[in-house]
Unconditional design. Structure first.
Length: 60
């Protein structure tokens, strides 16, 4: 087990965790913003204390 741990440590010596994290972030980051933002649908108000609106299901 110790031999494997030493081998793993030697293999990891040259790695740069910060550079890897930045690359992973930009891999999932959208390149350009859409020209037009999608417009939210008008909310259906069934009452001031609607339980559906409380949970984000205001549209029927």
């Amino acid at each position: 087990v110790k031999t494997r741990a030493v081998e793993l440590a030697k293999a990891m010596e040259g790695e740069d965790g910060v550079a890897g994290a930045v690359n992973a972030f930009y891999k999932h980051f959208p390149g350009k913003k859409a020209k037009e933002e999608p417009k939210p649908a008008p909310a259906h108000h069934s009452g001031i204390f609607s339980i559906r609106q409380c949970f984000g299901h205001g549209l029927v």
